[in-house]
Design a protein around this ligand. Sequence first.
Ligand SMILES: [Zn+2]
Length: 252
Amino acid sequence: MRLTFRRHGLPDDGRALVAEHLAVWRQLDDDERQRLLELTDALLSHKQWEAARGFALDDTVRVVVAAQAALLVLGLGVDHYRLVSGIVVHPSTLETAGVRAGPSLGTVTADHLAVVGLAQDGRGPLVVAWDEALAGAHRLQRGHNVVLHEFAHKLDMLDGVIDGTPVLDADARATWTAVCTEVYRDLVAGVPRPPLRDYAATNPGEFFAVATEVFFEQAAELAAYEPALYHVLQGFYRQDPAERDARPPRSD
Ligand SMILES: [Zn+2]
C-alpha cells in the first residue's frame, strides 16, 4: 500500500488561477512568472492559512491572496515575511466602524476595513477580507490593494517598529527618510500629493502602506508625479512596476 502525502502548496491549477485573477500576470515576463509561482507556493506551504468563522478557504482564495503577497516580495524573497505566521481570510469587509487604533497593536484601520492583528512579538496573523483581496487582484479600484497594504505593514515591522521605514542600509535609509518625510509633511498639512490618497497622512506606517499600494497599482502616475518617492520604493522593493505596466499585455 502506498501512502500519498499532499503538500498544501500551489495546487495543480494554481498557475491557471493566478492567470485568471491577477491582472498583473499579463505584464510579467517568464522569469517573473516563474518566481511569482515559486513564492506563492512557499507562502501556501509554510504559512498557516485559516478561514474566519463562517467562511471556507478554497484554492482560489488561498492562491489569489498568496500570489499578491508574492508579488510584493518578488525582488526580496519570502524570508521578508518571517513575521507573518499566518493569514486569516474573512469573507467580506470587516465591521470596524468607530475603531481606529494605530497600526501597532490589535490594529484596525478604517479606510480599507481590514484588520491586522499582532501578537506581542509581532508575529501575529495577518487578516484580509476576501472581497477586497479579489477586487485588488483584478485592479478594480485604482491604487487600492488590501493584500499589498497589509503585507507592507509586515515588511515595515521587520526592524521591530512600524515607522514607515523598512529595513534599509544606512545610505538608503537617509535618502528614504528625507524623501518620505517631505511628502508626508505635505499630506499632513493638507497639501495634496497625488496619486497618494489622504489616508497616507494617518501616520508614517500608513504612509508606507499606501505608498506601496500606489507604487504597484498606479506605478506610472507615481513615477510621473513623485519620481523621488518612486525611486526609493523601487530601490527597496527591487522592482520597476512602471516599466512592467508599460509592456504590451501578454495574451498567454
Ligand atoms: Zn494600514
